[in-house]
Design a protein around this ligand. Structure first.
Ligand SMILES: Cc1cc2nc3c(=O)[nH]c(=O)nc-3n(C[C@H](O)[C@H](O)[C@H](O)COP(=O)(O)OP(=O)(O)OC[C@H]3O[C@@H](n4cnc5c(N)ncnc54)[C@H](O)[C@@H]3O)c2cc1C
Length: 486
């Protein structure tokens, strides 16, 4: 049996961040991961010489982010160089009401320039009045702070948008962006979270990436733990949290036990409380609350290696006015009634870092559509079928260039991240849904009621979009645990 200050279960972005920051502050840390590499849902893997993003590929914001703070705090910038494509690296495809497909190319950071306004006029038929309404909305996004922003945690984002009087096409563009950022219904997405992240997006741009893959920063965090005298164990699943005298004191894997003064779990609040620790160790009302928490949706998609540069941008959202999703539209999709265009987001990591491919000119891409987080749901297959039909329409001949195709959905996401311990849960793309009733004051505390057991990652302790929320949580939980350990 080995003793540590802290054991961290899981090396997703939350776990890797908290482990590295605690190692930086002198704690002896054991980081235990069930898969081969760090990064969780954002891990990068090697396949026959190609570097692949398993799922998510880019961060928002690109600059001025918690990632910058992390890289600086650990002094690892030379190991994980930041890259961002120059020029018009984003390109959206919008199907207008007339049925015509329209394209818009732009830089990864918007400036509000005259050219951008002209593009909005051309693609979304925006009038001067529409643009003025959009300007008022963004002015509010940039000024809402502190208590005023926090007061919006009980307001759904669609209700917040409505009084600005945007045209249907501009609502589509905005809601499409919010769906892809948070992977939840825009009517229940908490306005406080949405506005906070939209502001980061305006000020820092989109498309954070690191040479070697998006998972590289998590890998560097795990290496850092070892350099600071801790251990990083891969391919070992934590089977249970050891509890003695009403306190979490260690973890158990197939290979044995590790003891520590603090146990931090990145395995998801529901798997941690209901399976790893066991609900009998928590108050009944806490268990009931944990069971009632709603996950984000999942994402179904395909990873591709293409033998040519098929896609002409790094980030390509594809949508119509029917594509963005509130609760009602998602329920219709679940029941088999799909929109004319399912919302498709194509990320092309090789446009950020061409060295991901060993052969020049080959492209690595990932297309993503929304589906149920239930690993047993058949929705993923249908989402992929419909998403690829849209890609066929826009890039005829695209299939001729596929030299590798890997479909995935909620089941694969669950396999690489959190266990499914409740019906309809496990494959969530983000973590806990950032909806009204589950954010701000209503978000679960990273300190669980079981002394010595903490949560980290997208279920507690942070805010922001996807990996940024996980890293933010890592910072906050590291400070919390340092305080508690004294
Ligand atoms: C298809 C897809 C696309 C996405 N796109 C983006 C994007 O472009 N940008 C973005 O910012 N975010 C994106 N996201 C979301 C983002 O990847 C996640 O929100 C974020 O990575 C979650 O981090 P986390 O720390 O909460 O935990 P996770 O990534 O879930 O990591 C949990 C870790 O714990 C490990 N673990 C779990 N149980 C155990 C156990 N019992 N023992 C040992 N280890 C265990 C897992 O293996 C995993 O490594 C995407 C997600 C998906 C699925």
């Amino acid at each position: 049996m080995k003793d540590y200050d802290v054991c961290v279960i899981g090396a997703g972005y939350g776990g890797a961040t908290v482990a590295a920051l605690l190692a930086l502050s002198g704690r002896r840390v054991a980081l235990v991961e069930k898969t081969l590499v760090a990064g969780g849902k954002a891990q990068t893997v090697d396949r026959k010489g190609y570097r692949f993003e398993m799922f998510g590929a880019v961060g928002i914001p690109a600059r001025n982010s918690r990632f910058d703070e992390l890289v600086e705090a650990l002094d690892i910038a030379d190991r994980v160089p930041f890259v961002i494509p120059e020029g018009e690296a984003a390109s959206l495809r919008y199907k207008a009401v007339s049925g015509e497909w329209r394209s818009m190319y732009s830089a990864l950071q918007q400036t509000g320039s005259a050219d951008e306004m002209d593009n909005l006029r051309r693609v979304f038929d925006a009038s001067d009045e529409d643009l003025a309404a959009l300007g008022r909305l963004y002015a509010a996004v940039l000024t809402l702070e502190g208590e005023d922003l926090a007061a919006l945690e009980d307001v759904g984002m669609l209700d917040w948008i409505r009084p600005f009087g945007l045209s249907a096409a501009l609502v589509s563009q905005l809601c499409m962006n919010l769906n892809t950022l948070f992977v939840v219904a825009v009517d229940r997405l908490a306005a406080s979270e949405a506005i906070y992240t939209m502001r980061q997006q305006v000020l820092g741009g989109v498309g954070r990436y690191h040479v070697g893959g998006y998972g590289r920063v998590a890998e560097a965090c795990a290496e850092y733990v070892v350099e600071r005298g801790g251990v990083y164990i891969t391919k070992q699943r934590v089977e249970r949290v050891i509890i003695e005298d009403g306190r979490a004191v260690g973890i158990e894997t197939d290979e044995g036990q590790l003891h520590a003064r603090a146990i931090i779990s990145n395995a998801g609040i529901q798997p941690t409380v209901l399976r790893l620790a066991g609900s009998e160790h928590f108050p009944a009302d806490y268990v009931a609350r944990v069971e009632s928490l709603e996950p984000s949706w999942a994402i179904a998609g395909c990873r591709y290696v293409l033998d040519a540069r098929v896609f002409d941008a790094a980030l390509i959202p594809i949508f119509s006015d029917q594509s963005w999703l509130d609760d009602e539209r998602f329920a219709r999709m679940e029941a088999g009634d799909w929109p004319d265009v399912p919302l498709v987001a194509i990320d092309v990591p090789s446009e950020f870092d061409p060295s991901l491919s060993p052969l020049p000119g080959h492209q690595i891409a990932n297309c993503q559509m929304f589906c149920s987080p239930d690993p047993d749901s058949p929705m993923a297959e249908e989402a992929i079928r419909r998403g690829e039909a849209v890609i066929d329409e826009l890039w005829p001949g695209f299939r001729r260039h596929i030299i590798r195709r890997e479909p995935y959905g909620a089941r694969q996401i669950s396999g690489l991240s959190r266990d499914s311990v409740l019906p309809g849960q496990g494959g969530e793309a983000v973590g806990l849904a950032q909806i009204v009733g589950q954010v701000g004051r209503s978000k679960p505390d990273a300190r669980t009621p079981l002394p010595g057991l903490y949560l980290v990652g997208c279920d507690a302790g942070g805010r922001g979009a996807g990996t940024h929320q996980a890293v933010d949580s890592g910072f906050n939980v590291a400070a919390m645990v340092n305080d508690d350990l004294g």
